[in-house]
Design a protein around this ligand. Structure first.
Ligand code: NAI
Ligand code: MG
Length: 496
């Protein structure tokens, strides 16, 4: 098993060596330091339930120190007056660094979060493109010239916001940290990142790699710690100019309340309950394969996952049978084994939460097509679970489960699909499958969500904005909108 000629095992060994070397601290002002309190917390491998290491635990005192460091870096000539081209080169150097460490970062992510290695490799590879995408933006954050009579000149500048607090979840940490860093840095901000207490190791390793590229000290700071202490202190802090948060809708609302302290800017990427709508005229096999991938991928711990599969009545039974058949091939097990498709959930608590929804589905009268068996052995695994003949009003169809649990819901026609698809408090993503071009465009216009797909699901591109309608969030990441989310406009009049 530990044969190092096996690339997965070699990557695992390298990642473990880094994890076990100790020294997992806070990054403040270019220095790796212990928490002011001296406290640490445990990092658990969810596939084995074993402890991997301890990490320094930041709280409000460390947030204070990080804010001072980030402010100093924001105002330092080495960052504030850096030419946009130099900033491009800095982000490209980070992309190159990540590219040289894909297997190691992926293996760290896999050990810490439990995701299969192949999934982690995909996520790390995507971060390379994200840094390169934002590298290109540095020299394109444009102001405007405003029409006026010849006696004045009016123009605008787009300026960075300042010190940005960034709070990320545990589901795909390397991707979350990279989106947040790259977006903020390309606009000239400085950053304090608080990774999730349940998976913080790739944020630490990424920051180490970034430090090796000679970014000025204090431009990025990393504070592993808990939400109620470090996270809340960041959201409330008078010296923080913006909070970018990704996580649950409940905590997103708390962030908004905390941010009123100084009316800092807030962007939120929150939960989802995406409708994935399959019409009888679709390429059904393609739709089914994609539907299984979206609800099982990362064990369903994805905010944009297609967790409500709306299927036209005439094909409901056929589709649900095929979905169950394919989902059953998603083998759970060791994230480093070549044939593993499904990793564990992040924690025992998350497994309890998912189990409570599986119970609610059965009590609510949905029919269980697949799953429902407890996992015997170590690791917080839940096997793919498929309910069909679900009614959209049931709890399993309304609440974000964040596990590999699918609700298949029958619908009659276009109007019914749209009505039911939109009957949710969320609005992050949605998809429609049909061979009818007009119908496809009509339905995506009618669905209330921030990112939509036609005849595919879940594909991403950093140039394509991502964010929520309704209670799925505020603002957008990726694309031009994300540049606006990390800058502010200054307008200037010159009397000639
Ligand atoms: P969470 O929203 O509590 O955690 C996300 C991040 O917020 C973590 O870094 C956490 O430390 C931080 N946080 C927690 N409380 C905070 C506070 N008061 N102030 C500032 N930061 C705070 O999510 P949790 O509890 O880990 O997961 C529970 C459920 O939330 C999941 O089952 C899922 O439904 C949803 N969730 C959704 C995510 C998404 O991307 N849409 C990501 C993670 C969780
Ligand atoms: Mg962990």
């Amino acid at each position: 098993m530990t044969n190092s000629s096996n690339p997965a095992q070699a990557a695992r060994a390298k990642a473990l060596a880094w994890i076990l070397q100790g020294g997992k601290r806070l990054l403040i002002g270019g220095q790796w330091i212990e928490a002011a309190s001296g406290k640490t917390f445990e990092v658990i491998n969810p596939a084995t339930e074993e402890r991997l290491c301890h990490v320094a635990e930041a709280d409000s005192a460390d947030v204070d120190a990080a804010v001072i460091a980030a402010r100093k870096a924001f105002e330092a000539p080495s960052w504030a007056t850096l030419s946009p081209h130099a900033r491009t080169r800095a982000l490209l150097r980070i992309a190159d660094k990540i590219e040289q460490h894909i297997d190691e970062l992926a293996a760290i992510e896999s050990l810490d979060n439990g995701m299969p290695l192949w999934f982690a490799q995909g996520a790390v590879t995507a971060t390379v493109d994200i840094f390169r995408y934002y590298a290109g933006w540095c020299s394109k954050v444009l102001g405007t010239t405003i029409p006026s009579d010849g006696s004045t000149l009016i123009y605008t500048l787009r300026e960075p916001l300042g010190v940005c607090g960034q709070i990320i979840p545990w589901n795909v940490p390397i991707l979350m940290a990279s989106i947040k860093f790259a977006n903020a840095l390309c606009c000239g901000n400085t950053v304090i990142l608080k990774p999730a207490e349940l998976a913080c190791l790739t944020s630490i390793r990424l920051a180490e790699l970034i430090q090796e590229t000679d970014l000025p000290p204090g431009v990025i700071n990393v504070l592993p710690g808990f939400g109620a202490t470090a996270g809340a202190a960041l959201a409330q802090h008078l010296g923080v100019d913006k909070i970018a948060f990704t996580g649950s809708t409940a905590i997103g609302k708390q962030i908004v309340r905390d941010a009123t302290s100084n009316l800092k800017k807030v962007t939120l990427e929150l939960g989802g309950k995406a409708p994935n709508v399959v019409f009888a005229d679709a390429d059904i096999e393609k739709a089914v394969q994609s539907a299984v991938k979206t609800f099982c991928g990362n064990s369903g711990q994805v905010c944009s996952a297609g967790t409500r599969l709306f299927v036209q009545e005439s094909i409901h039974d056929q589709v649900s049978e095929r979905v169950a058949q394919l989902a059953a091939t998603w083998k759970a097990g060791d994230p480093f084994a070549a044939d593993t498709k499904l990793g564990p959930l992040i924690s025992a608590k998350q497994r309890e939460r998912v189990w409570s929804y599986i119970g609610a589905g059965q009590e609510g009268g949905a029919s269980l097509r697949l799953g429902g068996n407890a996992w015997s052995g170590a690791g917080y695994f839940v096997e793919p679970t498929v309910f069909d003949n679900v009614r959209n009003g049931m709890r399993i169809a309304q609440e974000e489960i964040f596990g590999p649990v699918l609700s298949i819901i029958p619908f009659k026609d276009e109007d019914d699909a749209v009505l039911q698809g939109n009957d949710t408090s969320y609005g992050l993503s949605a998809a429609v499958w049909t061979r009818d071009v007009s119908r496809a465009h009509k339905v995506v216009r009618a669905l209330k969500a921030g990112r939509l797909w036609i005849n595919t699901f879940g594909e991403s591109d950093p140039a394509m904005a991502f964010g929520g309608y309704k209670q799925s969030g505020w603002g957008r990441e990726f694309g031009q909108e994300s540049i606006e989310a990390y800058t502010q406009t200054k307008s200037i009049m010159v009397r000639m």
